[in-house]
Structure formats: C-alpha cells, structure tokens
Write a protein that binds this ligand. Structure first.
Ligand code: FAD
Length: 494
C-alpha cells in the first residue's frame, strides 16, 4: 500500500498543501508516501514552454529528489510522450505501488482541468481516492464575489475583497508542515524509485551547452534558493520597493517570478513573510514598500482568478470580445525586428536583449515592449504573448496573458484603448541616465547624455550608425494615430 503525491507546478516540500495532506494520510495509514512527476513533451509543446524553463524545472526536480530522499521519500519522474495518456499512466503506476490515494494541487488552465477530469473518472472506476486541492493562489478562485454575487473583472475592487477576505480568515496564510519521514522500509520496498534518474529534456526543448551554463549560473534551482531570494529581498529591498520598482536599472524587485511560477515558492509563503515583517502586521497598511509588493503578488492571484472564471482566455480569445475586430498588421519584417531588439527605440531594444540574455525582463519593460508591439507596430498581441512564453524562464500563462491583455487593451483592465506608451518618454522617465540601455545595448555605451534615449533624433546619429545601431523603424506619432483609428474602427466608433 502507499499514498501518492503528484507534483506539478508545486516543486517544493515546504508549505505545500497537497503534499502535506498526502503525508498526513500516509502517516495515518502507516504506509509510505511516494512522489511522482510526469514530464510531458506534448504539454511543453502545446504551452510553448521555453527550453530554459524546462531546464529549470528538471534541475529543480533533482534538488527535490535529493531533499525528499533525506526523508526516505522517493520521487519518481517519468516521461509520458502522449499527453492524453498521462492519467492512464498515473493509474497504472498507482496500481503497481498498491496506492489507494493520489493527492495533487489544482492547476486552473483548461488543458490541466480536462486532464484532471479524466483522472478523476479513471480513479473512480479503479477505486482510488483522488484529492485535488487549492494551493497555487492565496485565495482560491470563486471565494470572492461582488455584492450581487458576481465575479470581479476589475482588479481594484477584487483586491479590496481579497484583502478583506484574508484579514477575516487569517489562517489561510498559515504554513503547511513539510512531509514527515517515511517508514525506513520505504527504502527497501521502493529501492528502484530512489535510483531512477531525472529524464533529459525532450529533444526540441534542449538548450545548447553555452545556454545551459549561462542559465545555470543565473537561475539556481529549487526551494532553498527561492527562500534565500525571498529573505534577501525582504531584508534589503522591500521597504524601497514602492519608489524603485519601476526603474529597470535599479535591481529593486524580488526577481522571484520563476519561483512563484514553478512552485518552488508558494504565493502564501511570500505574502505571509511580507506581512510578518510589516509594522502593522497587515497587508494593506504599514510600510509602503511592503504594501505595494503584496499588491503586486496579488496580481498573480487576480490573473489566475480571471483564467478560472473566463476560461476562453486560454483559447486565444481576448477578454473583451469586441476587440476581436481590431484589424492587425501582418508584417513579418517588423515582427522580426522587434524579436531581434533592433527597432531603433533603445529602451525597447534593451528590454528584448535582456530577455534573450537572462530569460527574464523587468516589468516596466514588459509593459513597454508589449505596448510597442500592439500599439506602435499594430501587430496582433498574440504573437507577442507567444514570443514571451517561448523565451521567459517565468513564463506563466495567466500572468503573461493578463499582461498582454493589459498592454493591448483587450484584457480585463478598464483603462480605455487610447493609453499608448510613448517609448521616448518612458525611456526618459524610467531610465533617466540610460544605465539600463547602456547595459543591454553595449553598442550605445559611448553615447553621452540624453542622446541615449534617441541617438538619431538628438545629434548622436553618426555614432549610432557607426556602431551599427538602426534608426527608429517607425514614427511614434504616426503609429499612435493609426492605432487609435484602428481601435475606434473595431469598436464601431469611426
Ligand atoms: P516583483 O516586482 O518582485 O513582484 C513579485 C511577484 O509578484 C512576481 O514575481 C510575480 O509573481 C507577481 N507579479 C508582479 N507583478 C505582476 C503582474 N503585473 N502580473 C502578475 N504577477 C505579477 N509574470 C510572470 O510571472 N510570468 C509571465 O509570463 C509574465 N508575463 C508578463 C507579460 C507582460 C506583457 C507583462 C506586462 C507582465 C508579465 N508578468 C509576468 C508580470 C511581471 O512582469 C513579472 O511577474 C515580474 O516582472 C517579475 O519580476 P519580479 O519577480 O522581480 O517581480
């Protein structure tokens, strides 16, 4: 007999609800706990998972396997090539281990819910108890409703309700204990499971050697690293977060999204830890930096709530249906220049180059490059959304889709479509000294003063040209007018 915990995007032992419950169940029945992870190449393909993210996940599984083994708990990782076969394979494995209980944390995306429905039905047929619990977000989708019993589709009122709910139910931030030691016999009984290695990345998601080394140094895997990063941010930076968070060169944010999105860190742990160091011991009062950071982590919860209640956003549809009629440009050359970071707008290009180098991009820059793609180039936001997923180590469907919807004005944000970022003004405001630009566009590093924001327009054209840096590919003012006209047309306002 045994109890199984099925790991997904919850790759940690601490503060993991389903793992905690699985361990309790195993203990109460006096049977071993077995952990399982399924590598699904077709899911990686369907969800455009970046190779760097797959690599991070596999490296994390190695850390997890070692941590669990110290408690005599095996972690068995298997590749299942055809994704529809995953539920059947999980049942087969449980039967071979004599397991009568499977625990896992719920993922809210459509494909994952469909997979879980299949598994629920198979478990029912086979007499296996299947327990899927809420853990990925602090407040599970469905818990917050408006006075009329409806779902919130706007962040600010939702956030107020989110805060109220947590303050009224403070135990939802309590930590779940890590799993207990397995009976020593688990080592002998399941010796093979301790020995099986973590499989390699699927062929089409492999990094080359140079990338492997670069990303290994930048992004150490596992929950210990996540907790170290969290505590270093809370000790050193969070109190200045409100003022510094929008300055890409300031290195003032948590840089913790890879951990929240792969589950090496629980959102609950992040919020609880921030609250505990806040003078007010509350989420929305006390230190401004702490308050603001908590409200940013809450965006992650919010976008998962949107996904759970309006699942059509998982199917390439804009949240605001009327925006399906926007006539996008289809210009491969423009898209290629955006992807290469050769638009001639230095902050946009610096941001794209940061993503290529680190598999990460600062939030302010994500908003700017996304706005530039959808509003200046008038390219369909979905190709940008896709490109981000294919390159980010923190690629997360809900946050990425929400961010692109925000930038293209097709999402939940109530701001009207005529908010169009001006790349030059954004650059002057958020990278005043050009530090971030010079870091990521080394060809411009010798350009002095304000010319860094617009070399060709500010008398440094010759130097830029010599360095091989392109002229701006479009005229922002013309693009802005075109964008407003197209959006108006789509909404029947022209
Ligand atoms: P911090 O500022 O330290 O914030 C802490 C955590 O809060 C983040 O790690 C993240 O989990 C959450 N968070 C902060 N801002 C947001 C936000 N606007 N939306 C959702 N969650 C937020 N975030 C992802 O995790 N994955 C993505 O694929 C992703 N794609 C994005 C695409 C676009 C177009 C935009 C505008 C934003 C996107 N974001 C995404 C949100 C945000 O840019 C990143 O979460 C953030 O930059 C991560 O850096 P950090 O860990 O230092 O954040």
């Amino acid at each position: 007999d045994a109890v199984v915990h099925w790991f997904k995007r919850d790759l940690r032992t601490k503060d993991n609800r389903a793992l905690h419950l699985a361990s309790k169940k195993a203990k109460s029945k006096g049977v071993p706990l077995i952990c399982l992870f399924i590598v699904s190449p077709q899911d990686y393909q369907a969800h455009l998972t970046a190779p760097v993210r797959v690599d991070f996940e596999l490296r994390t599984l190695q850390v997890l396997k070692e941590d669990l083994a110290r408690k005599d708990i095996p972690l068995y990782v298997e590749t299942v090539e055809v994704r529809k076969k995953a539920p059947g394979r999980i049942i087969e494995l449980c039967q071979s281990w004599g397991a009568k209980h499977i625990f896992c944390n719920i993922e809210y995306e459509v494909d994952e819910l469909r997979r879980e429905t299949l598994l629920t039905n198979s478990c029912l047929e086979q007499g296996i108890d299947f327990h899927a619990v809420h853990d990925d977000v602090v407040v599970p989708p469905g818990n917050l409703t408006t006075g009329q019993g409806k779902q919130y589709s706007v962040y600010t009122p939702w956030y107020k309700a989110w805060i109220r709910h947590i303050h009224e139910n403070p135990t939802i931030l309590d930590e779940f204990a890590a799993p207990e030691q397995n009976p020593a016999s688990a080592r002998q009984k399941h010796a093979d499971l301790f020995k099986t290695p973590i499989p390699p990345a699927p062929e089409n998601k492999k990094l080359n050697d140079e990338e492997k080394e670069r990303f290994k140094a930048l992004w150490p895997p596992g929950e210990h690293e996540a907790l170290d990063r969290l505590s270093s941010f809370l000790n050193k930076k969070i109190t200045n977060y409100k003022d510094a968070r929008n300055i890409p060169a300031a290195n003032s944010t948590g840089v913790i999204s890879v951990h929240l999105s792969s589950g090496t860190l629980a959102a609950r742990t992040a919020i609880r830890s921030a609250r505990n160091i806040n003078s007010s011991n509350k989420l929305d009062s006390g230190n401004e930096g702490i308050k603001t950071w908590i409200s940013e982590v809450a965006w992650r919860d919010f976008y998962k709530h949107v996904l759970a209640h309006w699942p059509y956003v998982c199917m390439s549809k804009p949240f605001k249906y009327e925006y399906t009629k926007v006539r996008w440009e289809y210009n491969d050359e423009h898209f290629a220049r955006w992807c290469e970071g050769r638009t001639g707008f230095p902050l946009v290009d610096a941001a794209i180059r940061q993503m290529h180098s680190m598999a990460y991009m600062h939030n302010r820059c994500r908003m700017l490059v996304a706005s530039f793609l959808c509003k200046d180039l008038l390219l369909d936001w979905r190709i940008g959304e896709r490109y981000f997923m294919e390159h980010l180590i923190d690629g997360d469907f809900a946050s990425n889709n929400g961010g692109w919807g925000f930038s293209a004005s097709t999402g939940v944000d109530p701001q009207p479509y005529f908010r169009v970022f001006n790349p030059l003004l954004q650059s002057e405001k958020f990278d005043e000294q050009g530090e971030y630009i010079r870091k990521w566009l080394p060809e411009l590093k010798n350009i002095k003063g304000k010319a860094i924001h617009d070399p060709y327009g500010r008398g440094a054209g010759k130097e830029a040209e010599k360095a091989g840096y392109p002229r701006p590919m479009v005229d922002h003012k013309v693009c802005r007018d075109r964008c407003l006209a197209r959006y108006k047309e789509a909404l029947g306002k022209s």
